[in-house]
Design a protein around this ligand. Structure first.
Ligand code: FAD
Ligand code: SF4
Length: 508
């Protein structure tokens, strides 16, 4: 055997860089389902099922393409517990001259596979992943010599470099960013009866087999599988993309920050898992959105806002990840030490906003950005949960969670654990923010504008407690000082009440 091409669960593209020069006569493909990838964090059932089902469908695509495949199934008797152990075992029998690997999505996996190859005395060629606009080296060049990193500058560079939404050297529509026109909440009548629902991909026989396996083997893992309908093949992912561009992108911008109970998808793309598994390329997603804007079917504010998430944020967080790992994962700038409340794994809480976001997360493996940032993330930040535990939770529960994207979003953007590298300030707010974005406070036993007393909203109590705890650190912070100055109107007796109420909230 000349080359053995290693394909991981988030590298499911026949055109991946590791396949360049592939010869069915001399080369073969290796894929393995191993328990560790579902247990190193307590992965939810939907997340495990998405990865395994998509892998098994990709195995079929490889066979149809005539590429010889060595595939290890989790339900076989002779599997090893980790990717590295499985690879070592298979190298002993397959004896390839060389291993080919596209850069994985996880620093830990890269180290483990490189070590396994070295131990077996087989050389490994690491190829850059073409499923991104930029490489980690591009990002390092962008970051070099800059005091602070901000997505907005990076994003503008990306627009110019890849000529996206540009008219000559000017941004289309005369501005780089149209957020002032976005971020509305729904009126009291909600998102409307004609809210377009994303396509539902009924599990086929391959997927049903995986769902059974997950129910059996990972029975004690969080989450449910009875509403499982994710796109798992390239054809399904393309169908999901088309449906989004035509039906939901036109209103993506205005409602991207809105929350409505019982409506998980709203006008969001629901494409992150397909993108992260590499069933879609970001280039084709951005091109489809840009074409829709240019044709006049989609307003620029929605199209630009969506493209910024992919061409800007998605690339930016990956750059942070690969240029800062492994130390990045250890960040805890605010020295948060509390344990994650156990109800994050069940949704059993009286707080209506958290209950809604958590139940939906466990049911679908999905929550949209504002639910992740300003409901589950905000609560953990204000409560003072140890960032490592917050990270493990996010990596476990979402079907789109791969460490390169999950870690900077959680540790950096949401928990400020990197001290301000990703986000220019901690995203903190009282319950009033949630009451502006959703009707949830109306059905909650708490009141978002009360910070002490029996009906005080825990977000609001913990917000004031956060400011008290971090007053000295943020008193002169350019973007937070105004919020800290609000403490001037809180006398000592009220401060003591806030602290006592916050402490009581933290008693498990
Ligand atoms: P839409 O809201 O429709 O956005 C379109 C696309 O833009 C997404 O599919 C995604 O590919 C990209 N995107 C949007 N925001 C971001 C962002 N901040 N970083 C990177 N890409 C972005 N995204 C993941 O893909 N995996 C994760 O594990 C993940 N963890 C997160 C954890 C936290 C605490 C936060 C605040 C955000 C996280 N995100 C993560 C980013 C974002 O919330 C999801 O990408 C998005 O909710 C996916 O749903 P969608 O496809 O409907 O996205
Ligand atoms: Fe959430 Fe507070 Fe509103 Fe209840 S009152 S839904 S806890 S923000």
């Amino acid at each position: 055997l000349r080359n053995l091409v290693l394909v991981l669960g988030d590298q499911l593209d026949l055109q991946a860089a590791a396949f360049d020069g592939f010869s069915a006569e001399h080369d073969a493909v290796w894929m393995a389902e191993v328990a560790e990838e579902s247990t190193h964090v307590w992965s939810s059932q939907p997340r495990i099922a998405v990865f395994l089902a998509a892998m098994r469908h990709f195995a079929r695509a490889l066979e149809a393409a005539g590429r010889p495949l060595h595939y290890r199934r989790l339900d076989a008797n002779d599997t090893q517990p980790t990717l590295a152990a499985q690879l070592r075992a298979d190298l002993a029998t397959l004896k390839p001259q060389r291993l080919l690997l596209t850069r994985p999505g996880d620093w830990r996996v890269l180290q483990a596979l490189q070590d396994a190859a070295q131990a077996a005395g087989v050389s490994m060629e690491l190829r850059e992943d073409r499923h991104f606009f930029t490489t980690p080296q591009d990002f390092a060049r962008h970051a070099q010599g800059r005091k602070g990193l901000r997505t907005e500058y990076f994003y503008r560079e990306q627009r110019q470099r890849f000529r996206v939404l540009m008219d000559g050297d000017q941004p289309q529509g005369g501005a780089w960013n149209f957020d002032a026109e976005n971020r509305e909440a729904f009126g009291p009548e909600g998102p409307g009866f004609d809210l377009p629902q994303p396509p539902h991909f009924e599990p086929d026989v391959v997927t049903r087999e995986v769902l059974d396996l997950v129910r059996r083997r990972f029975a004690d893992h969080p989450g449910r599988l009875d509403r499982f309908a994710w796109p798992l093949t390239r054809a399904q992912a393309l169908q999901a993309l088309q449906a989004f561009i035509h039906e939901r992108l036109p209103l993506f911008g205005p409602y991207q920050d809105a929350i409505w109970p019982g409506e998980p998808w709203l006008y969001h793309a629901q494409l992150s898992a397909a993108l992260n598994l590499k069933l879609l390329t970001p280039h084709e997603v951005v091109a489809a959105a840009e074409a829709a804007v240019r044709s006049g079917r989609v307003p620029i504010a929605s199209g630009e806002g969506f493209i910024r998430q992919i061409l800007g944020w998605r690339e930016y967080v990956r750059g942070i990840y690969w240029t800062r790992m492994p130390g990045y994962a250890e960040g805890n700038a605010l020295q948060a030490q509390h344990d994650l409340p156990a109800w994050y794994w069940t949704g059993d809480t009286d707080m209506a906003c958290l209950r809604d976001a958590l139940k939906q997360t466990l049911e679908h493996g999905y929550a949209h950005h504002i639910q992740r940032l300003m409901v589950t993330g905000l609560f953990a930040l204000l409560y003072g949960v140890e960032p490592r535990q917050v990270h493990a939770w996010y990596l476990s529960v979402y079907v789109d969670a791969v460490e390169w994207v999950e870690l900077p979003n959680t540790l950096g953007m949401s928990q400020y654990a990197d001290g301000g590298l990703m986000a220019s300030k901690p995203y903190i707010a009282t319950g009033k923010y949630i009451s502006r974005q959703s009707p949830l406070c109306g059905s909650c036993r708490y009141r978002p504008d009360e910070r002490v007393g029996a009906r005080a909203c825990p977000f609001t109590t913990l917000y004031w407690d956060f400011l008290l705890r971090h007053e000295a650190r943020f008193a002169n912070h350019p973007r937070l000082a105004l919020q800290v100055r609000g403490l001037a109107r809180v006398d000592e007796a009220e401060r003591a009440r806030i602290r006592a109420q916050a402490d009581a909230l933290r008693v498990p």
